[in-house]
Design a protein around this ligand. Sequence first.
Ligand code: ADP
Ligand code: MG
Length: 584
Amino acid sequence: MLETLKMIYQVFIPPGQRARWVGLIFLGVAVAVAETLTALLIFRVLDHVADPRPADVIELPLGLETTLVPLLLVAGAVFVARGLLSILSLYAQARVVHNAAATVSALVHRRYLQAPYRFHLTRSSSESLRTVLWSVDVTVNSALNPAISVVTAGLTAGMLFVLLLGIAPVMTLAAVGVLAVGLALVLTVVQPRLSRLGRKSEKTSQLMLAAVRDSFDSVRDIKAYRAEDYFDTRFRRHRSYLARLRSDRALLDQLPPNMVESIVVLGLLVLIGLAQTGSSFNDLVPVLGAFGYAALRIVPSVNKMVASVNKLRFGQQAARNVWDDLHLAIPQAPPDELAPEDLGPLLEREIELEQISFTYPAGERPALDGVDLTIRRGEMLAIAGGSGSGKSTLVDVVLGLLEPDSGRILIDGIDTPPPGWHQKVGIVSQTVVLLDSTVRDNVAFGDAVNADDELVTRALKLAQLGPWLEGLPDGLDTLVGESGKLVSGGERQRIAIARSLYRSPDLLILDEATSALDGATEASLVEGLAEFSGDLTIVIVSHRIAPIRAADRIAMMYDGKVVAVGSFDELRSSTPEFRDLVGM
Ligand code: ADP
Ligand code: MG
């Protein structure tokens, strides 16, 4: 529990923001003081009224004196002020807490974006989704807010307790003793169960998010295979289990406050009974009055504290998940990244891969096994090979997305690439995900604020989308992606190609990026690129003849190795795997 509190403190209350939290504590103290003052004044009023021969003057602590009417007025005013203060304090707390939650959520999201590609290979996106959207909120509701409540409610309960000690020490201590024993008993039963519920709830919410994401992502296949029932059942199962966990939690939450109330009311009844049998009933009336009033105010505070401790147990796992992801080991970006326009040309001569090997974290066999390859400036190099031969992995290594297990990459003979070099590399992947936004945003990708419409249009034309663009109702402002104009697989790929060309790369890598195009479009696209290229170096990954034929050189991959490099005719005569691939 202490560990959880420490994590919450460090995550949600960073050094720069401590002042506002101190302010919250001061407000809490003010509320507690007002509560205690009200109880004290009520005690004085009852004490005065219960006296058979009341004096005109009422003595207050600190040698002050007053009469009944002003005392009533002051008591009323203090009570109202207490209410206003407590509203103010709750509002301030809500503001500060929700702000902190938004900040932490955004920080975790940023961590995922900064994490190396390798991290995302083995991480289920539903887990990240869960932590960003769900665990942060659970931590706030079940750990941060309760921790604050323990402090504020504790202050109020503590001060009222001191007041009662002054009025009736023996009675107070007896009451507290009974309360403490009862609470300890209930909490030992309730707390471990809440811990378990918290863990199950984090896991279940992740499974539920995964189910919902799969339902929407796979909607086409679900329709095609009539798999609605399976996906319905899958989501329903996790969602109902979550409902079950929540009702169990509601039950466990109800036990302690119920018990506190029972003990307090039973205690008061016993006290009244005892007082009745005694001789000086009138002497006890003010004490009982103050006691009753204080109990009325203390019970919610005590209940709040107990509920908070319970919630903390429940929120432990969520807090841990947020903490873990905020502390992912992420390599620092090089300190002085250069802007693209300040970078020199990426390549003067060549990129050399030397004995590159790589095995995926979950892989059994190496995906790349001692690859040697040279990419020369200005050439169009095709990487051919059957599916699973390691082409995409090789591309990811060249891009620096994957760190090879062994071997080196030399750019113009230097094996540390200049900072920011990846901004000079354009990549179009096999699977294209369009943003749920305009054509412009999809092409300028990440640069949408300063998007240059002329560049966007030029990139689209180069990607053979000129006529398509002219047919669009709102031109570059046309919505594509999920909520917009439906685009075909080929248009999708060409938008992605335009995206890579927009940045005027020095090296352009197309990973099966033309597979959804018909032969004629593919040919004219590749020809257009070759013509436009000039200094542009193009690596084109494909298993189709047209782009392979158009290339200056071809590297043939088989089983994680580059088995041959040469022209189309050379490979056809020398390499059986190549003949198999191109179907000759
Ligand atoms: P290609 O692009 O030529 O079809 P890949 O480079 O995608 O081939 O894959 C090469 C090998 O690495 C294959 O055996 C594939 O199963 C494996 N592989 C690819 N991605 C992963 C991954 N994320 N985790 C584990 N193994 C992978
Ligand atoms: Mg591939």
